[in-house]
Design a protein around this ligand. Structure first.
Ligand code: SIN
Length: 498
């Protein structure tokens, strides 16, 4: 069974540079495969540093004009893009499931989620207000205006190929910037389809440039953007190692950076919690995208008195999840993105079991009858996990729940914070004093209390510590793409009497 799309124009096999659909400068191609079956879906350009240079030239040219437009026009462009995305929601979802593997229902949700950022920033574009500062003497006035930073390089991940792209490009355009974008090599098709729709919405040539490239060529391509002083900002979602590399290498041109990097989210269940609600919240938070989400709980801490009860209820739910390819239509857990991802999950599990962890449910690759070559892993619960195990210290990025018991509130806060990361955290409790104390003590950019969901376009998404900096979405998100300029108007004379 395959996933067909109604609008074949969305299946693009060239990169977009300066409003033209192009092959890579040297004609090299990159294969895009379906992680559920290993089948070839399409080939796209494997772009070169020369293409990266051409994209910046085009973006800079577009920026020189676009920056002078008014907010209302930028808002209208984004609204048209939003409308086209929603009109093609089903096709975008199918395309995403094909190349990324997530169940169709999740892809549909992601398209709506990504579109919500476009709509949000269409509205925010008109609210890029400045300020008037009360002057210290009558002969001058002080104003603050906000201006677009310039050309933005958006480097987007494979786990949310549509939403992460939308939440970078929409605020960039709302601010008046032009964009050069490199989607992840595993999921370039969704990015190209989004660019096609933005072009259809009326984006001028060069405003949006999307360059697909292989893992091997991604470094040399990004190096061009890092070295080019015309690229004034990088917005990146991905690993901490790459984020630190971008920060180091962009220092030469002092670019602005938004880095949404790795997480190692704690999920804490106190003994006063509603246990059923905590299990339900964990299922939502953990198994979204088969556990391949930066904000997925990666360490679950359960207070001693409710430890075994919680594990029993959790195992029941996890054991009943349906695994399969998106094309089947019923799957709740799709394949992992590639063979390396499955190997990592296996290594983490082996390490934990060798060090004394207890396998409760799952624990092996899943052989799917309708997709024998897919990268499936059975949803898994492991109990008695300790801080020394790899799955406690590194992001597993797969459908594995490691559970650890704790005694006191102070102990669990210390355990939760004992990581270089600080993206998201979750906890369940019904004690109001505890809720505020723990919410404030946890070192993370986002904390969910009695909830398994954090993501929304109206709230600031981002981390602290090794999880990066900068915020996406919300009323704070536009600032990342704007410079503040102070204008002082002096030598003013008073003429009116009084
Ligand atoms: C991510 O995993 O990087 C993003 C998840 C989200 O936006 O909810």
């Amino acid at each position: 069974m395959t996933l067909n799309i109604d609008n074949p124009a969305l299946l693009c096999s060239q990169s977009l540079i300066n409003g033209e659909w192009r092959h890579a400068a040297d004609g090299r191609r990159l294969a895009v495969t379906n992680p559920a079956s290993g089948e070839l879906i399409a080939e796209v350009p494997d772009c070169t540093p020369q293409d990266a240079q051409a994209a910046v030239d085009a973006a800079q040219k577009a920026f020189a004009v676009f920056r002078h437009g008014v907010a209302k026009e930028r808002a209208a462009l984004l609204k048209r893009w939003h409308g086209l995305v929603m009109a093609n929601q089903e096709d975008l979802a199918r395309l995403m499931s094909l190349e990324q593997g997530k169940p169709l229902a999740e892809s549909r949700t992601e398209v709506a989620y990504g579109a919500s950022y476009i709509e949000w920033f269409a509205e925010e574009a008109k609210r890029a207000d400045g300020d008037i500062i009360p002057q210290q003497s009558q002969n001058h006035r002080l104003l603050v205006i906000r201006q677009p930073v310039g050309v933005v390089a958006a480097i987007t991940p494979w786990n949310f190929p549509m939403a992460m792209l939308a939440r970078k490009i929409a605020p960039a355009i709302a601010a008046g910037c032009a964009v050069v974008c490199k989607p992840a090599e595993d999921t370039p098709l969704t990015a190209l389809a989004m660019a096609k729709l933005l072009q259809q919405a009326g984006a001028p040539a060069g405003l949006i440039n999307v360059l697909t490239t292989s893992r091997e060529r991604a470094g040399p391509l990004a190096d061009v953007w890092l070295a080019d002083a015309r690229v004034r900002k990088i917005s990146f979602t991905g690993s901490t190692a790459v984020g630190k590399h971008l920060a180091r290498e962009s220092a030469g041109t002092l670019k602005r950076l938004s880095l949404e990097l790795g997480g190692n989210a704690p999920f804490i269940v106190f003994d006063d919690a509603d246990i059923d609600a905590a299990v339900a919240g964990l299922m939502v938070a953990k198994f979204r995208n088969a556990g391949q989400t930066c904000i997925c709980p990666n360490r679950v801490y359960v207070q001693q008195a409710v430890y075994e009860r919680f594990i029993g209820k959790l195992a029941e739910k996890v054991g009943s999840l349906t695994i399969g390819p998106a094309a089947g239509g019923r799957a709740e857990i799709g394949p992992l993105i590639n063979a390396r991802a499955v190997e990592k999950v296996e290594q983490h599990l082996k390490d934990a079991l060798e060090q004394g962890a207890r396998l409760v449910v799952g624990g092996q690759r899943h052989a799917c009858p309708d997709a024998p070559n897919g990268h499936f892993f059975t949803p898994t619960v492991v109990a008695d996990v300790t801080a020394a195990m790899r799955m406690s210290c590194e992001e597993t990025f797969g459908p594995v729940v490691p559970v650890t018991s704790f005694a006191t509130e102070a102990e669990v806060v210390e355990m939760a914070n004992a990581t270089p990361f600080g993206l998201a955290a979750y906890f369940y409790s019904r004690d109001i004093d505890r809720i505020w104390e723990v919410a404030e003590a946890i070192e993370a950019g986002m904390v969910a209390v009695n909830d398994g969901a954090l993501s929304t376009e109206i709230a600031p998404f981002g981390g602290i510590k090794d999880s990066g900096y900068g915020r996406e979405g919300s009323r704070y998100g536009l600032d990342e793409y704007m410079n503040i300029k102070y204008i002082r108007h002096g030598s003013l004379a008073r003429r009116l009497p009084g």
